[in-house]
Each structure stands twice: as structure tokens, then as C-alpha cells.
Design a binder for this molecule. Structure first.
Ligand code: XCC
Length: 643
């Protein structure tokens, strides 16, 4: 057995260190301990193990020893490319399901069958316009219904192209994808076809498999990210700048604490409402009220729109329970560790699953459908209230650690802030700063934290390094949690910014009555990676260039999730360079690796040649930042900008 890491080696977050120490003292096992106990399988880690059929599993040693093909004859390159496509499919599918769930909720709301209302009718009109839906003289609900049906078409039509891709895709990129035959027809069809491709005896051509992967990236981007963000903004409002708090110190010993965890905001938005309305019951139970806290991306969704504080990110989700003050953890879908139930059993916390296809043994289940949203939310809040009396005071310990952070930077908010400097042409100040070199480029830090990695170190180091070199940083997902917890979303972090960038952040901030914009801009949850994409589309269209020509990069230094790979592939398809700090499990095939990283010296296709962007795999955050800066400079030079 490997040696367990110290709490400092596990995370740079003092709150996580404190709670992990408590967990270890109380004999409670967490993902960090399991990560220490597991040894990664060398075959799986390099993508060379094939278990697609019952002849195997077959594994090919990349050093040339032993059989060099699977029993069916599949080559090393086929096996690695096929496994990679499967990962991308596993990334795209949950995001597409997210989009579909929200589309159905919008349809039911528009038809008066679900208790939601349209909170942003202006966005509804813009989205309807973009989709070519007639809006003139029509009622809000009628338009919303038409938009929802258009969304659902993207899961049904047998010919044509995803409506959302036609709507949100940059025309220049769409033309490229069309030329390559990559345009997806409908998300479900594409996902089913992708699973079929990877099934035994189907696609064996590594290049074709990788192109299938790019299709998955587009499915994720348009049926997952863009559709989810657009429809959620319509239903729950488009985020505007909000100041909130981050880290375990947001838990409140005097209140009933409920954590909302997962990704879909459909139920958690209702829990916000019912936590307020049932406050009197919480008081009657002897508490001082109800305190909602967020975990992972459901946390980000509520933070962006409601200012709900965020407790922690993916890898430390179990530790919220170890505080001993959590009455309920309500989970929806994605990134929910089954381990939370074992931890909850050591305290009084009730784990409540809410979707029929996401259950955990031992957890309680409150079935949620859009039409019973109010009843489900009330039932959940009441369960939490009932659990308050079961708290064991001897097990209560809340770290006093918390930081302030700004969030809520939708594209609409960013453009709104910039228009305070130039009303006629809001993007001009940003473009001028990029052209002059005051801002060297733009980076989106996305993705997760991973129990195997030292929590926050990669995300924070990459961010600080890019900021130092005047790169404007936006963030989403759990990487945004890392940055917020370490003062990169409040004024304190300005010290890490280069002079040029700091001046721009201050100028825009002053124009909207703030001392400065925060050093990094929180753009939302994982599906909200649509927001940086929209920002890039707007910038590229204004400059009349392809998105891939812009000096921009995407980076996920600490990811654990296939979703980060499929989001990354979506950006790669635009020609944006994408860095990953955790192995994408393709190393077993030099051909696959070099095709993705653009390092092939022969004349064959690679991603860089095809789209103008490539995968950068680098575990060292400083080297990674340097590699990204080099690519940013390369693109600046190609545009004739100073370096
Ligand atoms: Fe999951 Fe979105 Fe990753 Fe966090 S960031 S660990 S995917 S919750 Ni997307």
C-alpha cells in the first residue's frame, strides 16, 4: 500500500486540510485516502486496455513486448483511439441530457404544466430570434414553447444540423466542419452512433474514430453547453455580477445547513425559494434559519444567479459532511461521489438523491420531475429541518475559512460593464487592449479538482502565471472554486496581475463603480463554458477572423472528468489550443497522441494542421503556462500583433 499523503500534500486549502484531519481522526475514509490506496493501472492509464467485448479484455504493451493486436485484430492505435472516443462520448452524453432536461422543463413551464416562469423574457426573445422563430405579436409562453420544441428537435430530427449549432456556431467554424463532414444531426443519434462506432467489430480506423470524437465535442458544445445555458438563463435569469462567499466557513452552526450538489439547477432553484418560505418551521425547530450552500456546479448555478455561497469543489465534497453541521446533501446529477453516503453514515447528514436515474445505495430518494418541483423542494427542506435535532454537538467543527468572491460574469454582464467605457461599441476597449498588447491574450480555466492531485495547486498556479503575463483569465466549474478560494476573484488577487492587465481591470471596474474588476472572471458552471465560447465568437466576428486565429487558450489543469475532455474537444474543433494537466489516457499510442498534440513530423493530418489548435498535455503548471503563452504569441504574430 502506498503511503498516505499529509493533509498539506492533499490540498492547499486550509479548510480542506482541517476537515481532512478531523475525518482521519474520526476514522472516516474519503476520496483522498482512497486515491492514496489505489495504484493506477498502467494499461488503463495509457489507453491500451480494450474491454469492448467478451473475448478480452485485451491489452497491448506499448513497449512492443507481447501480442501487438487484440484477439479481433484491433491495432494499438485503434484501441487507444476507440477508448478516447468512448471517454468523449461519456463526457458529451451527460451534458446533452442536461440540455434535454432543461428543454423539457421549459416546455412544461410554457404549457403551464410545471411551476416555473420565464425570468428573462428579453433573452427568450433574443434566443428565439437567433433560432429563426417568429416573435412578433406572440405571447411569452407561446414563444417559450416554440423555443423548447426547437431544442427538442435537436434530439429527434433525422436529417439536417443541430439547430443550436446553426444558431450559436461561428460561421467560419461551421463552414470548416461542414467541409469535413462533422456536422451533428441530433444529439441522441450522434451519441448512439458513437457508442455503435466503439462497439466490437465496428469502426477500426483511428483517424475516423478521432473525427468521431470531434463530433462528440460539437454535440457537447451545442446540445449540452449552449442549449443548457440559453434555456437556464431564460428560465432562471441571466447572471449579473454578484458578490458572494466561498469555502467551508460559509456553513453556519446555528442554522439548518443544506448542501445542493450536482449540475442541474431545476430543483435547487426551487429549494432556494422553499428554504425562504419555510424559515418559520426552521425557527420552530430551534435553529436560527436555513443556510443553503453549494457544491460543484449546482453550486455555481446558484452562486451565479442567487448569490448562494459555495462550500467546496469536487474532490472535497465529502468533507462538507465531516463538518458535522450538514442536515442534508441534495444531489442531482454528475460528479456525485457514491462515497458521500458512507461519510454521511458517520454523521447525521441525510443524502437525498432526486433523479430516477441517479441513485446511491443507502441514500434516501425524493423523486423530482419539473411538474412536482414545488412539492419535491418542500419535502426536501422539511427533511433537513427534521434532521436538525439529530446533530451531535461533539462532532461539530466548522473551519473559519472563507473568502469573498465576485461571480456572475455572463457575456451580457461583461459587455454591459464594457459599455460603461464605450456605449456605441462596447467591445472596443477590450479589443484595443488586446491589439495594443496590454492584454496579451485570453485564457479560460475550466474543469475540476481531482482527489489524486494536490487540490487547487494546478488551477491556482496556472492562473497566477497567466495573470502575471497579462492574460485575461475567465473561469468556470470547480476550477473557479479553486481560484475564488485563493483570492483570485477579489481585489486581493490584483497583485498577481501584470501591469497592462491590472490597468484594464481597474478602468472597467471604475467605470461601473468598483475599485476594479476581479483578476479572474467567474463565468459559471461547466455548461456555462458556452459563455466564453460566445465571447470568443463575438470578438472573432468583430475582427472578421476565425476563432482559432485569436490569441486565446483553454486549460483544465486538475480535471478528473471526461466532460472536461469533451468540452476541450469542442474548443479544439474551433482551433483553440487546449491544455490538460491530467493524462487524457492516450499515451499508449504515439499516433493518437501526436495527432492530438499536433507533434507529427510527417505530412499526415493532425489537429493543429486541421483546425489551427492542438492539445497540450503538461502536468507542470509553470511549463503549461509557458507553453500556452508561446501559442498565444504565435497567434498574435500571425495576426500581425505585437509580441
Ligand atoms: Fe464536476 Fe461541474 Fe469537473 Fe466540477 S468542474 S468536478 S465536471 S462539477 Ni466541470
Amino acid at each position: 500500500m502506498k503511503k498516505a499523503r499529509t493533509v498539506e500534500e492533499v490540498s492547499m486549502d486550509p479548510a480542506v486540510q482541517q476537515l481532512l484531519t478531523k475525518a482521519r481522526q474520526e476514522g472516516v475514509e474519503t476520496a483522498f485516502d482512497r486515491a492514496d490506496a489505489h495504484t493506477a493501472c498502467g494499461f488503463g492509464a495509457t489507453g491500451v486496455c480494450c474491454n469492448h467485448c467478451l473475448e478480452g479484455p485485451c491489452r497491448i504493451a506499448p513497449n512492443g513486448k507481447g501480442p501487438q493486436r487484440g484477439i479481433c485484430g484491433a491495432s494499438l492505435d485503434t484501441i487507444v483511439a476507440r477508448n478516447f472516443l468512448m471517454k468523449l462520448t461519456e463526457g458529451a452524453a451527460p451534458h446533452a441530457e442536461h440540455g434535454r432536461e432543461v428543454a423539457l422543463a421549459l416546455l412544461e413551464a410554457a404549457e403551464g404544466k410545471a411551476p416555473y416562469e420565464i425570468r428573462d423574457p428579453q433573452k427568450l426573445l433574443r434566443v428565439a430570434d437567433g433560432l429563426g422563430i417568429e416573435t412578433h405579436g406572440r405571447e411569452v409562453n407561446e414563444i417559450a414553447r416554440a423555443v423548447a420544441l426547437k431544442a427538442l428537435e435537436d434530439f429527434q430530427q433525422q436529417t439536417g444540423v443541430l439547430n443550436w449549432l446553426r444558431y450559436r456556431g461561428q460561421k467560419k467554424s461551421v463552414a470548416k466542419w461542414e467541409e469535413l463532414g462533422l456536422l451533428p444531426v441530433n444529439a441522441h443519434l450522434e451519441i448512439a452512433q458513437s457508442v455503435t462506432r466503439t462497439a466490437m467489430g465496428c469502426d477500426a480506423d483511428p483517424l475516423n474514430l478521432l473525427l468521431g470524437g470531434l463530433r462528440m465535442g460539437l454535440v457537447d458544445g451545442y446540445s449540452g453547453l449552449h442549449m443548457s445555458t440559453d434555456l437556464q438563463d431564460i428560465l432562471f435569469g441571466t447572471p449579473t455580477a454578484v458578490k458572494a462567499e466561498y469555502n467551508m466557513g460559509v456553513l453556519d452552526a446555528k442554522k439548518i445547513n443544506i448542501a445542493v450538489h450536482g449540475h442541474l439547477p431545476l430543483l435547487s432553484e426551487k429549494i432556494v425559494t422553499w428554504a425562504k418560505q419555510l424559515r418559520h418551521e426552521a425557527l420552530a425547530a430551534g435553529s436560527e434559519g436555513i443556510n443553503l450552500v453549494g457544491v460543484c456546479c449546482t453550486g455555481n448555478e446558484l452562486l451565479m444567479r442567487q448569490g448562494v455561497p459555495v462550500a467546496t469543489s469536487f474532490s472535497s465534497q465529502e468533507l462538507v459532511i465531516v463538518s458535522g453541521v450538514l442536515e442534508a446533501m441534495v444531489v442531482d446529477v454528475q460528479c456525485i461521489m457514491p462515497g458521500i453516503q458512507q461519510v454521511a453514515e458517520c454523521y447525521h447528514t441525510e443524502i437525498i438523491t432526486t433523479l430516477p436515474y441517479v441513485k446511491i445505495p443507502g441514500a434516501n430518494h425524493v423523486d423530482f420531475h419539473p411538474d412536482n418541483a414545488d412539492e419535491a423542494a418542500q419535502a426536501i427542506v422539511r427533511r433537513a429541518i427534521a434532521n436538525y435535532g439529530k446533530r451531535n454537538p461533539d462532532k461539530v467543527a466548522i473551519p473559519t475559512v472563507k473568502t469573498e468572491a465576485y461571480a456572475g460574469f455572463s457575456v451580457e454582464q461583461i459587455v454591459g460593464a464594457l459599455s460603461a467605457l464605450n456605449e456605441q461599441n462596447p467591445l472596443a476597449p477590450l479589443l484595443d487592449a488586446i491589439v495594443s498588447g496590454q492584454i496579451r491574450g485570453v485564457a479560460a480555466i475550466v474543469g475540476c479538482t481531482n482527489p489524486r492531485e494536490q487540490q487547487n495547486v494546478g488551477n491556482v498556479a496556472v492562473a497566477r502565471e497567466l495573470l502575471k503575463h497579462n492574460v485575461l483569465v475567465v473561469a468556470t466549474g470547480c476550477s473557479a472554486h479553486s481560484l475564488a478560494k485563493h483570492d483570485l476573484m477579489n481585489e486581493k488577487g490584483l497583485e498577481y496581475c501584470g501591469e497592462g492587465l491590472r490597468a484594464v481591470l481597474k478602468a472597467v471596474g471604475n467605470a461601473v463603480g468598483m475599485e476594479s474588476l476581479p483578476p479572474t472572471l467567474h463565468m459559471g458552471s461547466c455548461v456555462d463554458n458556452s459563455r466564453p465560447a460566445d465571447l470568443l465568437t463575438t470578438i472573432a466576428d468583430t475582427l472578421d477572423v476565425h476563432i482559432g486565429q485569436l490569441p486565446v487558450v483553454g486549460t483544465c489543469p486538475e480535471t478528473h472528468s471526461p466532460k472536461a475532455l469533451s468540452i476541450g474537444t469542442y474548443f479544439l474543433a474551433h482551433g483553440v489550443d487546449v491544455h490538460v494537466g491530467v493524462s487524457p489516457q492516450v499515451k499508449g499510442s504515439e499516433w493518437v497522441t501526436q495527432t492530438l498534440t499536433g507533434d507529427r513530423t510527417d505530412e499526415e493530418l493532425n489537429l493543429d494542421k486541421l483546425f489551427g489548435g492542438k492539445l497540450i498535455y503538461e502536468t507542470d503548471p509553470f511549463l503549461a503556462a509557458q507553453k500556452m503563452l508561446d501559442r498565444i504569441d504565435l497567434k498574435r504574430r500571425a495576426l500581425g500583433l505585437s509580441v
